[in-house]
Ligand binder design. Structure first.
Ligand code: PMP
Length: 345
């Protein structure tokens, strides 16, 4: 018999379909590339930084994040992608058997993280206007409530008053996932300072173009961050990931902001073109748009035959079948729109 933790039985690995296509708009990464400063840091990386351990708890990276985010270093922790920080936060704040509540649809990894940490998982459907259901989330009695804004995969945002009501009534932690914040009209990160129970996670995988380097960060009161650091351990990202992240967060910031503005402009144009095809994309503040479309998985398969990869969803709660299309340089959008047109014929 395979030695195994009983609660791991039935857990399958997270495996979004990986399909090599000339135009890949499936994973919400930065389709413009990465900041030139990060590329320079890659070229400048020296062997001496490989043979030694990175400095524990990444103080230099925290310094760069501090300048970018406006939070002191003691309010920050970093991880191997924000995935890792969500996982660490669940371990840090909840004992096995306790419950998390997650709006649905939202980041699909949340149920996986709940399972591997032995937690109870309660999905709470978004309302018909795609706002979170505060009363429904509170009624679960969950010790940690996850909210993603802009939300993956809908692209919609939580409104300030609604979020404040949730945070002020929640019996435990509210973990606010701002992976796509650079593309949004507003951030709620200030709640991490004004409220004792808010942790915000963010990433360098999206606007910063460093998904392959695996760098994320979390913001919260020092006493909360200290708990996450216990679950995180001293070394997470490689020394190279740290150098590239620091470069992106310092000299790279103006490039990141300019490309995020480009993505927002392109999102507008893409939405208009999709509407011209008779579709009704959801209002998005992320670098992707979700397009409800019956038979989306079949449409996506036909788009792949035309060398364009978009993410297809089947029977999403409150949405139905849908395509999620990443925003990037306009020629990629044109290829996607053309493939979509042909795939729907
Ligand atoms: N949160 C959300 C909402 C995401 O969409 C993703 C990536 N798909 C992540 C977190 C994790 O990203 P990473 O681990 O690369 O920081």
């Amino acid at each position: 018999m395979t030695p195994r933790r009983a609660s791991y039985e039935g857990i399958s690995l997270y495996s979004p379909p990986a399909v090599p296509c000339r135009v890949d708009l499936s994973d919400n990464t930065n389709l413009f590339g990465m900041p030139p400063a990060a590329e320079q840091a890659l070229r400048d990386f020296t062997p001496s930084l490989i043979t030694r351990y990175p400095v524990s708890y990444a103080p230099e990276l925290k310094k760069a994040l501090s300048a970018y985010s406006g939070f002191e270093a003691s309010w920050l922790t970093t991880g191997c992608g924000s995935d890792d920080l969500i996982d660490c936060a669940l371990r840090a704040f909840l004992e096995p058997g306790e419950r998390i509540a997650v709006p649905e649809p939202s980041f699909s990894m949340m149920s996986y993280f709940a399972k591997v940490n032995g937690l109870q998982y309660t999905p709470v459907p978004l309302r018909s206007d795609f706002e979170i259901d505060v009363d429904g989330l509170l009624a679960t009695g969950a010790r940690l409530i996850y909210v993603c804004s802009p939300n993956n995969p809908t692209g919609t945002v939580v409104s300030r008053a609604v979020l404040e009501r949730l945070v002020d009534a929640a019996p435990g932690i509210v973990l606010l996932d701002e992976a796509y914040t650079e593309f949004a009209s507003a951030s709620h990160v200030d709640l991490a300072r004004s409220r004792p129970n808010v942790i915000v996670t963010r990433t360098l995988s999206k606007a910063f173009g460093l998904a392959g380097m695996r760098v994320g960060y979390a913001i919260g009161r020092p006493e909360l961050v200290a708990e996450i650091e216990k679950a995180r351990g001293p070394y997470k990202h490689s020394g190279l990931a740290e150098r590239m992240a620091i470069a992106a967060l310092t000299e790279g910031v103006s490039w990141v902001k300019a490309r995020a503005e480009d993505a927002k402009e392109i999102r507008k144009r893409l939405v208009a073109e999709l509407k011209a095809q008779g579709l009704e994309p959801l209002p998005s503040e992320a670098n992707f748009v979700l397009v409800p479309l019956p038979g989306a998985p079949q449409v996506a398969a036909r788009m792949r035959e035309r060398d364009v990869n978009v993410r297809a969803f089947q029977g999403l709660a409150g949405v139905g079948d849908a395509l999620r299309i990443g925003c990037g340089p306009w020629p990629l959008m044109e290829a996607a729109l053309q493939a979509l047109r042909e795939a729907r014929r």
